[in-house]
Design a protein around this ligand. Structure first.
Ligand code: SAH
Length: 273
């Protein structure tokens, strides 16, 4: 496993990547109206973006309003933790998706990120991180994320944690995440390439562990690497035969397992590729 002790490469000026600014190719509201579209949230969001950013700078300020609408929706969906909502407001999700999908970046949907993987829905990201926070207002300590993917959730985590280690088993995505995240210069986020089934022993014990891919069981290594008082949140197949969010609390007197709602994550796989 390749460990990058200093996290993301530093010394890069915060220059936007060569990709279209936000939003790319918006349907004009008038055209949408002609097409008989009802004033959906998406239309309102698109109109807000157009008001904010007739000529996109690509520096992200123009997407503030769209993220505010996303955060408003998250509140309506029951997300309440202030730091989680602030992180969802701060991280520019559109910088993590391909330019052809930028218009959908703030919809509550998972999107393809290449190599058959997906970026999780904003609602799922917020829900899982809120669970990790256990209702506490202070920042999380050291956090392990399994499944960096495009790096979006890692960026959100870095806002609510002191230190984040994020592992990805697909080299192509590990490198893509590094590229996506360079702009953000998150010095407390360390990207690792390797098989996350084994966790990452060198960073243990973790105050929190979160997985973005689901297997039939929670690997023992994750439980071993969780600190006492820490919490693990991961999708896993349960007795119902479907994938559910599973929360494991490691307490001084043992493990406490809670199974929550059904979810649909990509499979947790062993080995690297
Ligand atoms: N949080 C990510 C979601 C990525 S999808 C984001 O914001 O984009 C889940 C990711 O888990 C995929 O990239 C997949 O390759 C990765 N994955 C699956 N099994 C893994 C393993 N054993 N170790 C590390 N990553 C794994």
């Amino acid at each position: 496993m390749k460990h990058l002790p200093h996290g993301l490469p530093s010394g890069h000026p915060p220059v936007a990547k060569a990709r279209p600014g936000f939003p790319a190719r918006l349907a004009a509201p008038a055209a949408a109206a002609r097409a008989g579209a009802t004033p959906t949230t998406q239309n309102r969001v698109q109109a807000a973006v157009q008001r904010e950013a007739p000529a996109s700078s690509g520096l992200g300020m123009d997407s503030q309003a769209v993220r505010a609408a996303m955060v408003h929706k998250l509140r309506l969906q029951g997300i309440t933790h202030p730091a989680v909502l602030a992180a969802m407001q701060a991280v520019e999700r559109h910088r993590f998706v391909d330019s052809a999908l930028v218009n959908q970046a703030y919809e509550d949907t998972s999107l393809p990120i290449g190599l058959g993987q997906t970026i999780s829905k904003p609602n799922v990201v917020a829900r899982m991180i809120e669970l990790l926070c256990q209702g506490r207002s202070e920042k999380l300590g050291r956090v392990l994320e399994i499944g960096t993917g495009c790096g979006y959730q890692a960026a959100v985590l870095s806002h609510v944690s002191r230190e984040v280690y994020s592992i990805e088993r697909l080299r192509g995505l590990h490198e893509k995440a590094r590229e996506n995240l360079r702009w953000f210069r998150l010095s407390n986020l360390h990207l690792l390439f390797g098989d996350g089934m084994a966790g990452y022993d060198r960073g243990a014990p973790y105050a929190a562990i979160i997985a973005a891919a689901g297997g039939n069981a929670i690997p023992q290594a994750w439980i071993d690497q969780l600190a006492v008082g820490g919490r693990l949140v991961a999708p896993a197949v349960t007795a119902t035969g479907q994938q559910n969010l599973v929360v494991i609390d490691k307490t001084a007197s043992g493990l406490l397992r809670t199974e929550l709602e059904a979810v649909h994550f990509v499979p947790l796989k062993s080995g690297i590729a």
